[in-house]
Design a protein. Structure first.
Length: 644
């Protein structure tokens, strides 16, 4: 019998029809994912081939010139080098840990390939998987540039292969449910659990569903309904009954968010992944942080220190020396290798012990494969923000668990898919979106963020009116009496501008108006001096434009960000710039209404939407939004503010 990575049987007898359908499903999924991977690779490689070193530096894809700050041997006894850029310091870049890198000499004197370990300010550390440091280090005019990173792509393909081949096990049961080859049993449970902190009825129902023996369950958490609170309550209950829990989310920010909530709830949390890609506040619970806090780790550090000293002593011998010196140098190198071997063995042991202690392990899907021992399995996998998780990546942590919980909101932003072919093949459709109506699910129905005016349109359009505002927020309103404003710029001829280099739209006059409206609100005084404010837009170039026009002497300085980057956050006041203003009524990706749902559900006290009804009104969604605002007295014209 063949066995997969997680000890999963791959080849028992199974219905030929079902086996063929499973194969067909994963072939289609792989095709879609390959289209996305190919598009990403082609775009990246085209950029590299068309750009010289100075252009790559300007685009943040390379550093040049470099100086060597430190060399040594680290984890696995592999050589590392710490580089520092000597020009263009503090310039923006897209280097990050785990990125493949090409080190080379612009004098054409060789090259070497490595992996970025960390990036700190103007320095980065690169590990080379070689026995010794590469010869190119002795060359003049060193440069380092990014390489295409296909590790997560490769890992996802491997996971899909294992999932496709699984037979008669927990993975095959979850797979068949998720892809529609089997029907779920109706979960049987009662609202009987004694929860240690308050939950509303819909939250209790969701927790009880998670605690049932259902192979796959879903928690639909619209904005402000306490999804994180619900998941933390479920995790605590699972740990109390002895379950091992793995928590994943598609982004490091989302993993950090739920990790902190779990930690605050008193659970022993292990945050897995590169520490530079997680919040500094969680460093202590990262694998590296917990290792360093272990008393035994001092032995590891001492072994490495002595190994480094032996290597330094060995390098003092010149290349021309006799048999005695040669033997001494070999002995020093042998001793250094032995010490590093001991250090690595002890570190692996301590690393494994961390997972044995952990009540909850938190990581991105890719980090599960790259940073977790192969023998780690869990009773439950909980995927937060599952409606943003690309399906191929979701299969990676699924190999490690016996049950699955998908939590999120399909009516907010979907995963980012750049390839048009991949989109047509359905790659942007997540497992949560595919299964919300057919697998056991619970809807969180009480929201604690917005009052009725702010919530009403999203509730009607996306959630069928199922949500209700909690008593604490239902009647709460902004101090000026207008919790919701749609400010119409029609007739002002504030036309959009397309930036070819940025590939994005902006609208400078609309950006100026946003600052004017904010200044007026602050001048009215009802916001006070401590309100949190954000100015958001769907277009990156508009965000840049708004930031460039910032009024520095306002009593409150707002955050300026794209809508996409703002998902999961909230502020007292949200102001949205919709940008589009043209004679053709074209609105581009504003047609993804889920993005607008995110924008409209971030505000606690006041939501201001600024846009041109003449352009937006041709679309059914925005026409309905404008009509709604008119009906509840939330519609205003920008002309009202022109005299100020």
């Amino acid at each position: 019998m063949q066995v997969g990575r997680a000890g999963l049987p791959l080849s028992r007898d199974v219905c030929p029809v079902s086996k063929e359908l499973v194969k067909e499903y994963f072939e289609h999924l792989r095709k879609a994912f390959q289209a996305e991977a190919d598009a990403e690779r082609q775009s990246f490689e085209a950029l590299l081939s068309k750009s010289g070193i100075h252009e790559l530096v300007e685009k943040g894809l390379a550093w040049y010139p470099l100086q060597i700050i430190e060399t040594g041997y680290g984890y696995g006894d592999y050589p590392y080098v710490v580089f520092e850029r000597t020009k263009h310091k503090s310039a923006p870049h897209s280097w990050n840990p785990g990125r493949p890198a090409r080190l080379y000499s612009t004098a054409d004197e060789g090259e070497a390939f490595g992996i970025v370990d960390w990036v700190r300010g103007d320095q980065l550390k690169v590990v080379f998987f070689l026995n010794e440091h590469p010869d190119v280090l002795d060359s003049p005019r060193l440069a380092i540039q990014q390489q295409f990173d296909n590790q997560s792509i490769k890992t996802a393909f491997e996971a899909m292969e294992v999932a496709e081949g699984a037979r008669n096990c927990a993975l095959s049961e979850m797979r068949d449910l998720l892809i529609g080859l089997s029907s779920p049993e109706k979960p049987s449970f009662q609202l009987s659990h004694d929860f240690s902190f308050p939950l509303n009825d819909s939250q209790k129902l969701a927790v009880e569903l998670i605690l049932s023996n259902t192979a796959v369950s879903l928690v639909h958490g619209p904005p402000g309904t306490g999804k994180t609170t619900t998941l933390v309550a479920a995790a605590r209950a699972m740990v109390e009954r002895g379950d091992r829990v793995l928590v994943c989310a598609p982004s490091n920010a989302a993993v950090d968010h739920i990790s902190k909530a779990l930690l605050d709830a008193g659970l022993w949390v292990l945050r897995v992944g590169n520490p530079l890609r997680m919040s500094e506040s969680l460093e202590a619970i990262s694998t590296e942080g917990r290792l360093k806090a272990s008393p035994e780790f001092a032995v590891v550090k001492e072994c490495r220190k002595r190994a480094t000293e032996y290597r330094r002593m060995a390098q003092q011998y010149k290349r021309s020396f006799g048999p005695q010196e040669r033997a001494q140098r070999k002995a020093l190198h042998d001793e250094a290798r032995a010490l590093m071997k001991d250090a690595l063995k002890l570190e692996k042991q301590l690393y494994a012990e961390l997972f044995d202690k952990a009540e909850v392990v938190c990581a991105t899907p890719v980090a599960v494969a790259q940073s977790m021992p192969d023998n780690q399995r869990f009773d439950v996998l909980l995927i937060d923000e599952a409606a943003q998780a690309l399906e191929p990546l979701t299969w990676i942590p699924l190999l490690r668990a016996d049950r699955l919980v998908l939590a999120g909101d399909p009516f907010q932003l979907p995963p980012t898919v750049k390839s048009e072919s991949a989109q047509k093949l359905g790659l942007s459709l997540t497992l949560m979106e595919k299964n919300l109506e057919r697998l056991p699910s619970a809807l969180l129905m009480v929201q604690y963020r917005m009052n009725e005016a702010i919530m009403s349109f999203s509730n009607a359009w996306f959630y069928g009116g199922a949500l209700r505002a909690d008593d604490m927020v239902e009647k709460a309103h902004a101090g000026d009496g207008f919790s919701l404003e749609f400010i119409d710029t029609a007739g002002l001829a504030w036309e959009e501008q397309w930036n070819e280099l940025a590939g994005s739209y902006s609208n400078e006059e609309e950006a100026r108006f946003l600052w004017k409206r904010l200044a007026l609100m602050l001048g009215e005084g009802w916001l006070g001096n401590r309100a949190s404010i954000a100015l958001i837009s769907p277009y990156r170039q508009q965000v840049n434009c708004i930031e460039a026009l910032r009024i520095s002497d306002l009593v409150i300085q707002p955050q300026v960000q794209t809508i996409d980057a703002f998902q999961g956050q909230e502020r007292d006041v949200i102001m949205v710039s919709l940008v589009r203003c043209n004679d053709k009524g074209e609105i581009g990706f504003l047609k993804d209404y889920r993005r607008m749902n995110v924008a409209m559900t971030r505000a606690r006290r006041k939501l201001v939407i600024v846009g041109d009804s003449a352009t937006l009104g041709n679309d059914r969604f925005y026409s309905a939004l404008i009509d709604h605002c008119q009906q509840i007295g939330a519609y205003r014209s920008a002309w009202e503010f022109m005299e100020y």
